[in-house]
Design a protein around this ligand. Structure first.
Ligand SMILES: Cc1cc2nc3c(=O)[nH]c(=O)nc-3n(C[C@H](O)[C@H](O)[C@H](O)COP(=O)(O)O)c2cc1C
Length: 225
């Protein structure tokens, strides 16, 4: 017998989507729920067990508006033009994502909580090599995903966004963040309108897995678009 109810855990893992249009902006989110979800996220792995995660939760309306304004400034017309390109290329799923992302950009400040997961970088050398970045991002994104899963299991939704990072310095000034702390994302969080999310269409797993050695005949540069 598996130690967990696989039907339930697989459903959680396969239906935790980027939620934008179905965020319920009218329903308040309790602080205790956000803290519960972040508490669960603290069980995620971190390199050297450093646990350098820090979370900034923005609920004040003026600050939410200021962050949303930075987000829109960074997005510019990128989402609209990318959506049109995807549409013209017949990439329906991607076109839908850009349409939904544009909706989020236009409404970001309405989410009851804007959550910014950060990670301490005060121990990093100047201009670190790639492997250090891999370790750093790998020490925050598992926690962010756990946070999103915990939200979903409680009837809330979120979207991991990174667009505002183009103006991370302005966001840091707005929130009084110290030097040595790196913002990694911004997640609007709200209860969801309805709970019936579905697995997304993805390529067959066999297409992205290589056993024992890379098989260049079916995957790799020249075949990626
Ligand atoms: C690193 C990263 C950055 C992302 N940045 C943004 C963003 O800035 N704005 C946005 O609306 N969605 C953003 N997304 C969400 C993706 O668009 C979304 O995960 C993807 O389209 C899959 O959607 P699904 O989870 O609903 O299947 C980001 C996702 C990741 C992993």
């Amino acid at each position: 017998m598996p130690p967990f109810d696989l039907a339930e855990t697989d459903k959680l893992l396969s239906t935790t989507r980027a939620v934008r249009r179905r965020l319920d902006f009218e329903r308040p989110v309790e602080r205790s729920v956000l803290l519960d979800c972040i508490r669960l996220s603290q069980q995620a792995p971190t390199g050297s067990n450093r646990q350098g995660w820090r979370w900034v939760i923005v609920t004040e309306p003026e600050k939410r508006l200021a962050l949303a304004t930075l987000y829109r400034k960074a997005a510019g017309d990128y989402l609209l033009t990318s959506g049109a390109k995807a549409d013209a290329a017949g990439a329906a799923q991607t076109a839908r994502v850009y349409g939904s992302a544009q909706y989020l950009a236009e409404n970001m400040e309405k989410a009851p909580a804007l959550v910014i997961p950060c990670i301490r970088v005060d121990h990093l050398p100047e201009d670190p090599p790639r492997r250090v970045w891999a370790g750093l991002i790998g020490s925050i994104m598992p926690a962010v995903w756990s946070f999103q899963l915990a939200l979903r299991s409680r009837g809330l939704g979120s979207t991991l966004t990174t667009i505002h990072l183009q103006h991370a310095d302005e966001a840091a000034a707005l929130l009084g963040l110290p030097e040595g702390l790196m913002q990694t994302a911004l997640l609007p969080v709200a209860y969801t309108k309805g709970l019936d999310f579905k697995p997304a269409k993805r390529p067959p797993v066999e297409d992205i897995v290589h056993w024992d050695a890379w098989d260049a005949s079916r995957d790799g540069p020249g075949r990626w678009d």
